[in-house]
Design a protein around this ligand. Structure first.
Ligand SMILES: [Zn+2]
Length: 333
């Protein structure tokens, strides 16, 4: 275990994503004295009110953007972390057949240099040792999630290079970037199986069935957790952060359906998958995202010495040296 004064940056698409992906990990590192910064790409302006108790209330619907700022501040406080907005506009989740075009001016349509430059600036200001982001499928096929993945990888690469975005501050070599895979099927399955074993009713039966069917036809690369961080002690903070996003999360819904004591017993971890690293990564599953980092930082433009499964093989080679990559050939899960 590492203690104190390292820095971790988590890149998220919308306010509330940080509460459902890696929240307990962030609360743990903050509690151990490290600095944790969430960078939220958009204001979540195109989200809907998803909590049935707040739906259809005029004062809520009309002030959603403002409310979401307050909710984000309350969530950051619950986790004990720092927060910054990147300032882009939510692209919304396009629905229909054919899909409608994305709204003009939205995050997913902003020029690459603008969005990558904005994140490079935050990286060079905060100087994180470690970053987390979504995997190449966005973890969820929302255009802002896929875009967040792309800019996180591109900015991880560019921030280290003094020739890129010189106006954004002195180069900084982030040492590792992980994909958040904590929202995996494993956790829901483990809780479901434990409930069934105890002869209790599981709220996740349909979910597990649908997920299993989807996995049988899944053609993408398998996901593999390369780090499992013990975080059960911080589940109450994660729950407080989820509840802070009151317009977005139903306190009687999916996120709260797992009995908390059981969850802490059968799935006390959050999981991450290494994407790229400038320090060596152990072969064994890591239990600390800061494992092996150099506290004083690496020299500028330190080389990539480890590439995760997403960057393995031919396709990965070209992706890892580029400054971003398309996702149109990706299969959402
Ligand atoms: Zn989101």
């Amino acid at each position: 275990m590492t203690t104190g004064h390292l820095r971790l940056m988590a890149v998220h698409a919308h306010p509330d994503d940080e509460a459902s992906k890696g929240a307990a990990m962030m609360a743990r590192y903050a509690a151990e004295g490290h600095r944790v910064l969430v960078v939220t790409a958009t204001g979540g302006e195109r989200g809907d009110v998803l909590n049935p108790k707040l739906k259809g209330i005029d004062s809520v619907e009309a002030n959603l953007s403002e409310l979401r700022k307050d909710e984000m501040a309350a969530a950051a406080e619950a986790l004990g972390i720092e927060h910054v907005w990147l300032g882009f506009v939510d692209s919304g989740l396009p629905e229909g057949d054919p899909l409608p075009p994305l709204p003009v001016g939205s995050f997913a349509l902003e020029p690459e240099d603008v969005v990558v430059g904005a994140l490079v600036k935050q990286i060079r200001l905060f100087r994180p040792h470690v970053m987390t982001c979504y995997d190449e499928n966005g973890g969820y096929p929302h255009p802002d999630h896929i875009r967040s993945h792309e800019i996180a990888i591109a900015a991880f690469l560019a921030a280290a290079d003094p020739a890129r975005f010189p106006e954004a501050g002195p180069a900084w070599s982030v040492q590792k970037i992980y994909y958040d895979v904590s929202f995996s099927g494993g956790r829901i399955r483990a809780v479901h199986d434990a409930l069934v074993e105890r002869g209790l009713e599981s709220p996740f039966g349909d979910w597990v069935k649908a997920r299993t069917e989807r996995e049988e036809t899944w053609t993408g690369r398998p996901r593999r957790a390369t780090a499992r961080v013990q975080v059960a002690e911080h589940f109450p903070q994660r729950d407080a952060a989820l509840r802070a996003h009151a317009t977005q999360i139903d306190p009687d819904g999916f996120f709260f359906a797992a009995p908390r004591e059981l969850e802490a017993e059968v799935w006390p971890v959050e999981e991450f998958e290494i994407a790229l690293a400038r320090v060596e990564i152990a072969d064994a599953v890591e239990d600390d995202l800061f494992a092996g980092v150099v506290a004083d930082g690496l020299p500028g433009n330190a080389p990539i010495v480890h590439r995760g499964a997403d960057f393995a093989g031919e396709a990965g080679e070209s992706r890892a040296v580029g400054t971003g990559h398309g996702s149109s050939d990706r299969v959402p899960r």
